[in-house]
Design a protein around this ligand. Structure first.
Ligand code: ZN
Length: 360
């Protein structure tokens, strides 16, 4: 325990000493306005609405139906992490403003949670207790998710644990037991076993087995305080999501950097339909060999959007007030990205609160 704590204190000290201005990465790929068009095809006539809300939190909507990923808006100060954390009503209000400017809470039908670290799931209790998304039926996640949220089972939303029959395992090439899951007749997703990049070159924090009793005793209301370290990683997933139409749009989402081949979709599915847009995590990229290059080379998406790039240990004062997440060396990531030899407009990196019309 002591060694762990000392390791963490060094980690914190390292993070505190290096805040990064976004000019050190590729400032030119950040849309300046909060509304932007993202063309997948030049003459695209079809449209998908996408809003980036920070960290791994996105909503993707088409024809009044939407999926939500990794609900999180309560940025925590770094120094709070060894102590307790809770949802922030102030940040909830600005999150709602950003979201409702663009979409109605009634469109979201399903939630996808990639893993159970606090910065991917901790605001779900508040959204459930408030019944914010009026037509949200189900939230999919790992086996820890329903246990963490055991006191929120009566809120009218099913908390579904993804099973090995549904999840594709890229570690076993012969894995044929995976399943597309239908959210509505026009939206389906495929869960893919991924893994979680370490927070430092070697160490992944918050990776202990879940203590379910802790959450039963402590996460009772949405404003309950919990220890950040109790939010254990659990199984981590990436997702392929299809928006089915005469021309289907295929989106790949991975909200934490992963060691390849984990997180890669089945070749068979990529042959049937290529990925149009890959939404990838920036944070911790240098802690994994060849990330995100191996992934991009494998799935060959038409465009790449970087998320989870902003410093989520602080609360921005305005839309423009963003810095790069600490602990991820921007020059190193930049060198890797340059190796891909793609044009700059291949990449986009939105500030939280940015709304897109994806044209395809
Ligand atoms: Zn995580």
């Amino acid at each position: 325990m002591m060694v762990r704590l000392i390791g963490y204190v060094f980690f914190l000290a390292g993070l505190a000493s290096c805040t990064h201005s976004i000019t050190k990465f590729y400032p030119e790929i950040i849309p300046k306005q909060s509304e932007a068009v993202l063309p997948i095809l030049k003459e695209g006539k079809r449209e998908l609405n996408l809003v980036y809300l920070g960290s791994g939190n996105l909503v993707l909507e088409q024809n009044g139906e939407a999926v939500l990923t990794d609900p999180f808006f309560s940025n925590q100060k770094l120094l709070n992490l060894p102590g307790k954390i809770k949802s922030s009503s102030r940040q909830y209000n600005s999150w709602k403003t950003n979201y409702e400017y663009f979409l109605s809470p009634s469109v979201v039908k399903a939630g996808l949670v990639s893993h159970t670290h606090y910065d991917h799931a901790m605001d779900l209790p508040l959204l459930l207790e408030n019944r914010y998304f009026t037509n949200l039926n189900v939230v999919y996640g790992n086996s820890y998710l329903p246990q963490i949220l055991q006191n929120f089972r009566e809120e009218g939303v099913r908390l579904a644990e993804l099973t090995s029959d549904e999840v594709f395992d890229p570690g076993s090439k012969s894995d044929k037991s995976y399943n597309w899951i239908s959210v509505t007749p026009r939206i389906r997703f495929l869960p893919i076993l991924s893994n979680h990049a370490p927070h430092t070159k070697k160490k992944l924090f918050m990776d202990k087995p879940l203590n379910a009793d802790y959450f039963d005793d402590h996460l009772i209301y949405s404003n309950s305080k919990t220890k950040a370290f109790k939010w254990s990683t659990g199984e981590t997933y990436s997702f392929l999501i299809d928006f089915i139409d005469a021309d289907t749009l295929r989106v790949f989402i991975q909200t934490s950097a992963s060691r390849h081949p984990y997180g890669f979709p089945p070749d068979e599915e990529l042959h049937k339909k290529a990925v149009d847009l890959a939404i990838l995590c920036y944070a911790s990229a240098p802690n994994v060999d060849q990330y995100p290059n191996a992934l991009i080379n494998q799935i060959q998406p038409k465009k790449v959007m970087f998320v989870h790039w902003e410093d989520f240990f602080r609360t921005p004062k305005s839309f423009d007030d963003q810095r790069l997440v600490r602990g991820t060396k921007p020059k190193k990531v930049r060198q890797r990205i340059d190796l891909l030899g793609k044009p700059k407009d291949y990449f986009i990196m939105p500030k939280p609160g940015t709304r897109f019309k994806v044209k395809y």
